[in-house]
Design a protein around this ligand. Sequence first.
Ligand code: PLP
Length: 794
Amino acid sequence: MATPLSDHDKRKQISIRGIVGVENVAELKKGFNRHLHFTLVKDRNIATPRDYYFALAHTVRDHLVGRWIRTQQFYYEADPKRVYYLSLEFYMGRTLQNTMINLGLQNASCFLDSMATLGLAAYGYGIRYEYGIFNQKIKDGWQVEEADDWLRHGNPWEKARPEYMLPVHFYGRVEDTKDGSKWVDTQVVLAMPYDTPIPGYMNNTVNTMRLWSARAPNDFNLRDFNVGDYIQAVLDRNLAENISRVLYPNDNFFEGKELRLKQEYFVVAATLQDIIRRFKTTKKGCPGRTSFESFPDKVAIQLNDTHPAMAIPELMRIFVDIEKLDWDTAWDLTRRTFAYTNHTVLPEALERWPVELMETLLPRHLQIIYQINQVHLDRIASLFPKDMDKLRKMSLIEEDGIKRVNMAHLCIVGSHAVNGVAEIHSNIVKTQVKFCFCLPMLFCILTWGKYLLQVIGEDYVKDLSLLQKLNDFVDDAAFIRDVSKVKQDNKVKFAQYLETEYKVQINPSSMFDVHVKRIHEYKRQLLNCLHIIAMYNRMSFTTYILVEAAPGYHMAKMIIKLITSVAEVVNNDPVVGNKLKVIFLENYRVSLAEKVIPATDLSEQISTAGTEASGTGNMKFMLNGALTIGTMDGANVEMAEEAGEENLFIFGMRVEDVEELDKKGYDAMSYYKKIPELKHVMDQITSGFFSPKNPELFKDLTEMLFKYDRFKVFADFEDYMKCQEKVSKLYQNPKEWTKMVIKNIAATGKFSSDRTITEYATEVWGVEPTDLKIPPPSEPREAIEETARALKKM
Ligand SMILES: *Cc1c(COP(=O)(O)O)cnc(C)c1O
């Protein structure tokens, strides 16, 4: 229960130790000194901590390189089916431990790690953003964003490969020739690959993550304007290179910016060229034109959300326009190649690109999408004759308002498997999308999750399900004492951290009630905030810690302002003293999560039922010895299933209740009138109790809660308050509390990314994880061929 390292981080440490352990330590020191001297050009007198880190990182990388090259040779020999994971959200961490940055990114990065550990021939493909997710600063209670210039000092893990640069085309027009359609007069941007090694856990496998960076071609803007302004043309190169400049934050909100569509097509176009080149290389023994018949047997492509959805029309374009396959064959191969993971059901998050924009940027792809849609709608029309409503709902093109391409529909139609990220989410995707009954596809249930426990020892690193053995210790007094001591130590440590870093004092023996995640209305930080105000009014004491990175949108900023304003009043009230504290910490990130999660007693997972696809924070807390107060939403449902509902504090509306309330019509005012405590809290906010200098400050926010709150905060308020009372009562009994904690930890075995990836591998990608060890560099080259033959026989 110490640091909540993910499997990935933990293994990275262990595999570094593993690799390092077998080599000789003197050798390692020599490497370190050599890099400090020759790579960083420093001596020990002037080296900074960063220099030491870089020297260490380079040394470790050197030790990975042999295995990295070996692994790729092995794949070349054995020619297994390759699995490609496409994501717009891989993001490299900057430290050995801190490899992932937030939800989507974290999932994507830890999945690559699990794929390597399970011995899959896997590749991650994405964009090498110059600027990652912004850093959050709070000034006077308001959020301000700061650029994250993470590459300023270079990145010791990556290897640039300018020799493998590939062209990506944009704009232009389509010419119909007797030889088929031709996309001509395009503008070209180059995609330069940067490779990062992804080591498996103690199996000699080192896979590749390849991120693309945009480069202007040397003749950029010069070819067309040769007599024109050379200086200006060189300056304009920036425009082309902007494509990989910055990551759009994943705010569960679709903005529809042209640059983002460019990014999406950029990664897809470069990656598919790479995949096809690799496919053809392994086919080079075959005479004549490449046969693509075996393409889906050799290539599986997983689309992480709809962001890389343009891969579907792009593969069709390559098959039909370039490789001259007929449409039906191309479509069959395409569908058998792709699988798609849906990450959200919030309508405002779904990607719907305006047809007009796509027509300008990618005219040939729009034609192909129209043709895919035609075949798709013909099929539905034959299944449901005269059902115009169904045709409209299932079309890839939305016609109400400005014409748009629905990317989720494109993914569903173009894939052979679709899944959500938790059981309840898969069910919602199924019913909302209403596709499954007429298209032969697999909706499978996969849950993310990954985390481990240090106290348990190494076997658990490979098999989290062994954690259930902890159930044998539920009544063991000594074990109970140990567990609560570890928690108490973590709380003291975190309190010390807060004191030194933020100059705030909290009482380590009070309950730490923690709500950390990105701010979004659906996650209902507001519900928690109203509860805190009510507890303040009741003079009931706990420590509330809110640590939240936020997207830039208005309502999120208002929520932060309310929380910080409430904190200001509560923390400065002499009557309250040190007994109730509200702490808002800025810039939520993995390194902060590692500190706060192990110190948490109560984990807040209170989204409106039916809105959180899965969540991963919920699992991290559970594994790290916190109890959960939560709704039946996302992975909370499976957590309750695994641990028993009686071992979580479950409250509020279920998905069915929310649907029923929607039918009836949600009337916030009726709760306000009915619940005196809620009325009191809202009246305080409205009257400027928390913003005396500007009583109108929270008008937008209160108006939202009263008039158009899609997430129905008031409807769950009363039940939430009651459930919190149950929490307080149990917390009075430390022994019973800790017993429940142990039962929770013991039930986390299911939430392992290795298990999830094993399910993907067998059910979606058609590959088998193997225990086969790739021969390390110390063994002769023939060993690779031998192992490759062994794999082929399996
Ligand atoms: C786990 C994690 C998240 C995701 O949290 P949820 O509660 O699932 O929304 C976001 N950011 C960081 C830094 C995390 O560690």
